[in-house]
Design a protein around this ligand. Sequence first.
Ligand code: ADP
Ligand code: MG
Length: 492
Amino acid sequence: MSEGNAVSPVVLGIETSCDETSVGIVRGDQLLANVVSSSMDLHRRFGGVVPEVAARAHLEALPQVMTQALGDANISREDIDAVAVTAGPGLAGALMVGVGAAKGLAQALNRPLYAVNHLVGHVAVDLLRSEGRHLELPTIALLVSGGHTSLLLIRDLVHDVEVLGDTIDDAAGEAFDKVARVLGLPYPGGPEIDRVAATGNPSAYDFPRGLTQPRVQATHRYNFSFSGLKTSVARWWEANGEPDNPQLVADVAASFQESVADVLTKKAIDAALAYGVPRLVLGGGVAANSRVRALAEERCREAGVELSVPPLSLCTDNGAMIAVLGAELIRRGQAPSALSVSAVSTLVSRTAQIEPGTRSTSGPTDGAEAPGADVEHTEQLDEAITGLQPTVRPSTTRARSKKAPLLPAIAVSCGVVGLALAPAFGAGIVPAILAVVFGHSAKHRPLARQGTVVTGLVLGYLGIALSAVMGTLAATPVIRALLVSVGFLLPD
Ligand code: ADP
Ligand code: MG
């Protein structure tokens, strides 16, 4: 790469982490092309993205998308200085298609490869000055889509990306899609709920705000949970729903949407204030939601936080954000990734780049091959192929809390002891009460096994009831006398 190109390199970015097959091309921070093909229609009848279908669709769409992007940018393959690709997080099979294609392209053109973090890409969009954007750091980023709900603190785009929180169950977009299905609205549910909610009353129903209770703030201040909200709407609809009543659908949709927007914006502003960062960037498909935007604007204004929301085409998954992040890595002198770099489905990374390598960027480009080049070439290809194995790393935010599984187990144990001692003149009352106390406190732990909690509670209540009956029988003289007279108890 020449010195001029190192400042404004032409970078082709490939994005295939979910259902968008996208190729973007930038020259430095200038956007040349951004082509997006979505496989959403193929997933419609399943009501959500099917990973294998998405991976297959990427395979079919990528050559065409790449050709169109090169045409839009009016360049040839040889004009590309570097290739960037989303390596994670995302759907394993879908990521592998993009990473495989990027490796092939980088190898064929003998250009450096940059394997990058998808979440950081969403923030890097603000580097596209030709789009009138201007990234300022540090910033808080709220990335909400069908696959992610992440709150990040970015002090440095390349080296210092801190994941403050994530969803512990469903992503926000996933909740929109699932609730829409419950309400009989088509997929994708987010835009549909947004549309019908416009005529609904957001305060009609008070649906739960996941992980906002004071008692979970110590462990889940910046984490999200939408599974309880989704279940709560579904249960309410099962009992009271009227599919032919558009006003009811609108009210439920608006109330659900209000709960999601409230939690997302409250936690994002809380993080901005707690870390003293006066900026917030929104990204992901859910950032298109009218209520999320309006509430973010309102709360940012009140808190003195500057809000940046990219245009919709750059909010949802796109190759341009990956390309501009690749260009930034080059500008910052980062070494390219090794060809053996893997797609990492559950990536939790503090850096923009996945596993920087040591591969030389100044290989032969004029067709003249160094001695032993054939051997090196074959080794690199072998490395590239074996490196396609997706790596599954444990995610820090989804790890089961150590304390949570203990409480339900203690509740069940106390319940068993309580029930066993109950016939002995009601002596089981204390362990039975303990079972109920532990059961109720475990009930609100989002990671506790709810089946075990319910068992503990049932045993506890049965233990209390039986102990009370047996204790009363044993302690009441009249009843004792009665029982003695009918031969149920021996006389004193
Ligand atoms: P991914 O491909 O990871 O799912 P996208 O950025 O493509 O992410 O976002 C798609 C998600 O965004 C879907 O779940 C969709 O329902 C949601 N979405 C799109 N528009 C809206 C909207 N106006 N309101 C709420 N959610 C939306
Ligand atoms: Mg998508």
